[in-house]
Design a protein around this ligand. Structure first.
Ligand code: FES
Ligand SMILES: [Fe+2]
Length: 500
């Protein structure tokens, strides 16, 4: 048993041994897990879910000068290419990128309004510069100006047009059967009003599953994001991951998350399947009277929800651009006052400037690695201001598609293992039946997933379980936008189970 920690108890060794056997991955499974294109098992599964294709910021003429000048934008998602554009009224359309006539690139199309239209069809639309065919936001062909005047060809042509929704600061697209598009999931992130929601994104040059698995790995925070010293002024932590204090206090003191993560580095990780994917409870025992409790959720298949601070959560989705490129899209949701959009946007644009949203740091400049910092300030040596680059390094440095056949997984990887199993099962189910029920597509009465990060009095499950439930209730009560919504018994079953 060379791979287990030498001081691990016998029972853990046994569990670990089983885990390694269970997850020794075949190359074929790694391929299934990482392919996203049409017709692949993974692509078939992913097409059962809504995916963000743009930030609301990107299609806001006030915030995006490019969009104001010309509201047309190429979009690549799940290995397919589309063109996003807006008509004069601001209505969006997402069409196949290649013109239905002979395949020229509609991202070079001419935006037309009734006033600027050339040839026929004085209407809003996107006109292909090759032979002048014109399409509305719904994909309808509205002009074929080279055809004889009596031609009815246009009536028989329809560009593929995807259903779209706008919510939580994001434009969402449905790539599956348009007739089968379900409602957006009823996460809190999608219930909050615009004032309490903010979205941002960034590009990572790796497969989406590498990005997703960071969020299912509660142990990495003690190392990848380890700061050797804490900031003394916790009030400067707004919008910054792990810089705030945990909820609750330790013997009358507020503790920054950085201290807890650093000093208590052997977490007890518990996972359980939920209608959304899996609920992950990470326990760090501070002393006999105090337990650090962090409850997060994996959102099947490609997201997670975690606390950013006592009052803000991050719902993060990992949207496959293709097999080797991914957008991380973070939806910030405030359960207290309105979000400071300007601060949040500014903080993030520094590292991922618009309009490309590509990070300034990456493999080309070693992600900003500083050997001196690594010796004295952080374990990684890639700065303390923006921890996103830490996760980016972890994901990208594995290679564009991680070779999972070479891994040696430990007990802390149990949420990752469960997720991979669920993905493979979900692919089989989705291939066998396009309407098969899947995790992450729960009925409307399933309570939204909730998170907590804080110091609970007592180390017994009944005590910290009750504390976690109470904290979640406090968070719900503080969200004015949740008032009047039907009360759901959030996590009650899980709390009862833990208490038993
Ligand atoms: S290719 Fe677009 S109009 Fe001919
Ligand atoms: Fe991380």
């Amino acid at each position: 048993m060379s791979l287990a920690c030498s001081n691990a108890p016998r029972e853990t060794e046994h569990t670990f041994h089983l885990s390694v056997q269970a997850i020794a991955m075949k190359a074929q499974d790694n391929q299934r897990l990482t392919q996203v294109g049409p017709g692949t098992p993974g692509g078939t599964l992913l097409r059962r879910y809504w995916h963000p294709v743009a930030l609301a910021d990107e299609v806001n003429p006030t915030l995006s000068p490019d969009w104001a000048a010309r509201p047309v934008k190429p979009v690549r998602v799940l290995g397919e290419d589309f063109v996003l554009f807006a008509d004069e009224s601001g209505q969006l359309g997402l069409l196949q990128r290649h013109c239905p006539h002979r395949g020229a690139d509609l991202a070079y199309g001419r935006i037309e309004t009734p006033a600027t239209s050339r040839w026929g069809a004085p209407a809003d639309g996107l006109r292909c510069p090759f032979h002048g065919w014109k399409f509305g936001v719904d994909g309808r062909c509205i002009d074929t100006p080279a055809e004889p005047e009596s031609s009815r060809l246009c009536d028989r042509v329809q560009a593929r047009s995807l259903p779209l929704r706008q919510a939580a600061g994001v434009v969402w697209a449905w790539l599956g059967d348009p007739a089968a598009a379900p409602p957006l999931p009823h996460w809190h992130a999608l219930q909050a009003p615009t004032s309490h929601a903010f979205a941002f994104k960034g590009l990572w040059r790796c497969n989406w599953l590498q990005a997703q698995e960071v969020g299912l790995d509660p142990a990495h925070t003690s190392f990848l994001h380890a700061f050797f010293e804490d900031e003394t002024d916790l009030s400067a932590s707004y919008g910054r991951q792990f810089r705030g204090a945990s909820a609750g206090d330790a013997d009358g003191q507020k503790w920054p998350m950085t201290r807890i993560m650093r000093e208590f580095h052997r977490p007890d990780i518990r996972t359980e399947a939920s209608p959304w994917g899996q609920r992950i409870t990470t326990l760090r025992r501070i002393h006999d009277q105090l337990m650090h409790v962090r409850i997060t959720h994996g959102l099947f298949p490609n997201g997670f929800v975690i606390p950013l601070s006592e009052t803000i959560t991050i719902t993060q989705l990992h949207v496959p651009i293709d097999d080797t490129h991914t957008w991380w899209v973070s939806l910030f949701t405030s359960f207290a006052g309105p979000i400071d959009h300007a601060t949040m946007r500014q903080q993030r644009l520094r590292a991922n400037p618009a309009p490309a949203y590509a990070p300034l740091k990456g493999a080309h400049n070693h992600w900003g690695y500083d050997a001196a910092e690594q010796q004295t300030q952080t374990l990684l040596g890639m700065g303390q201001d923006d921890i996103n680059v830490h996760d980016q390094w972890a994901c990208e440095s594995m290679g564009a598609i991680s070779d999972r056949t070479q891994e040696h997984l430990g007990t802390t990887d149990r949420a990752i293992m469960a997720h991979r199993r669920a993905l493979l099962q979900g692919m089989d189910a989705a291939l066998a039946d396009p309407t098969a029920p899947l995790p992450g597509l729960p009925s409307a009465d399933a309570p939204p997933p909730e998170t907590i990060d804080g110091l609970a009095p007592g180390t017994e499950p009944a005590t910290w379980g009750a504390w976690a439930q109470a904290q979640m209730q406090v968070k719900r009560d503080s969200a004015a936008w949740l008032k009047g919504q039907p009360k759901l018994a959030v996590g009650a079953a899980a709390a009862a189970k833990e208490a038993s």
